[in-house]
Write a protein that binds this ligand. Structure first.
Ligand code: XIL
Length: 315
């Protein structure tokens, strides 16, 4: 039957995947599925600061370009990920004083966003990522501790200046349901937009786990953000389980995938859903969450799982 992207496109949505550069160049099955099933791509790591500007003002776009070229060849849109984050940012940035750090943000955003500003494949960016603590206070990162909250507005303005047409997003995890963290996000986006800061979009990462339950207010949460006038999107969906897999866990996982797709379909402002990879062969989950895994829609042998069927049938 038709690939996911055909069904998503018929609903006016994207269905995407995060891609890693090494299997993209080494594995035919990885490349073929990535090309045929998805109409949107996010670089899993290749556009992060440590990849694009490992030392000050020395830019390396080899991985980023590989992703963008792949997307161009396959008629896919690229979501740039990510410009200002407290992880995967080199030590030279973290040690800067306030004035030099402000300049480093400006230069980084102008160079990275600027490189793809005229490239029709690259349509959106995660400008800031994970700026909140779980209780909704501002995360105590080197960004915040050096610059205060102003770095967020500065980063959005720099991105707008570098590409006036790109859709600019703020992105976070554990904000899928209505809770202290998502309400802090809501209040920040509302206040930034009132001040004229160009925030166009909110990304809900969607790193879920079947043992923690489904955020049943996901659709309601997306709707309250949509009412602020922003686009919403699920940016990093994966649904992990405690290993080993079994058919009952797979069925629960499939239901969660279906629920996420249905929530996005139900909200006009939801642009689409990006899955954080697609094959369990290449997933950050086992490396990050001890004893957990099998979070994606293809198994380690590139066979479609119940979760694939759930996404397919929901679209
Ligand atoms: C993860 C990647 O998947 C890993 O390969 C890498 O080692 C660490 O980062 N939130 C994000 C993503 O915004 O960039 C993270 O990606 C997962 C959590």
């Amino acid at each position: 039957s038709a690939p996911l992207r055909t069904h998503a496109a018929s609903k006016g949505k994207f269905i995407g995947a995060a891609l890693a550069t090494s299997p993209l160049s080494n594995e035919t099955a990885y490349r073929n599925i990535a090309a045929t099933e998805f109409n949107q791509i996010t670089a899993e790591n290749a556009m992060k600061w440590d990849a694009t500007e490992p030392s000050q003002n020395q830019f390396n776009f080899s991985g980023a370009d590989a992703i963008v070229n792949f997307a161009t060849q396959n008629n896919q849109q690229v979501h740039g990920h990510t410009l200002v984050w407290h992880q995967q940012t080199p030590g030279w940035v973290q040690g800067l004083g306030a004035s030099a750090m402000r300049s480093a943000i400006q230069n980084h955003i102008s160079q990275v966003v600027g490189r793809y500003a005229d490239n029709p494949a690259v349509v959106s960016w995660d400008v800031v990522n994970e700026v909140f603590e779980e209780n909704g206070s501002m995360r105590s990162s080197f960004w915040y501790n050096t610059l205060g909250q102003s770095y967020i507005a500065d980063a959005f303005r720099a991105a707008r200046a570098a590409d006036p047409d790109a859709r600019l997003c703020i992105n976070d995890y554990n904000v899928e349901g209505i809770n202290a963290k998502s309400t802090a996000m809501y209040n920040l986006v509302s206040s930034l937009r009132q001040q004229g800061v160009p925030v166009d979009c909110v990304g809900f990462q969607g790193h879920l786990a079947i043992q923690y339950g489904f955020p049943n207010d996901l659709q309601q949460n997306l709707e309250r953000f949509a009412a602020l006038g922003v686009q919403v999107r699920i940016t990093e969906l994966d649904i992990r389980m405690q290993m080993p897999r079994n058919s009952s866990k797979d069925a629960t996982q499939a239901t969660y995938y279906r629920n996420v797709i249905n929530a996005c379909l139900a909200v006009t402002a939801c642009a689409g859903v990006t899955i954080w990879g697609f094959t369990d062969k290449h997933s950050w989950v086992p490396d990050t969450f001890g004893g957990e895994g099998a979070a994606l829609i293809y198994d380690e042998n590139y066979q479609q799982k119940a979760s694939y069927t759930a996404v397919h049938d929901a679209l």
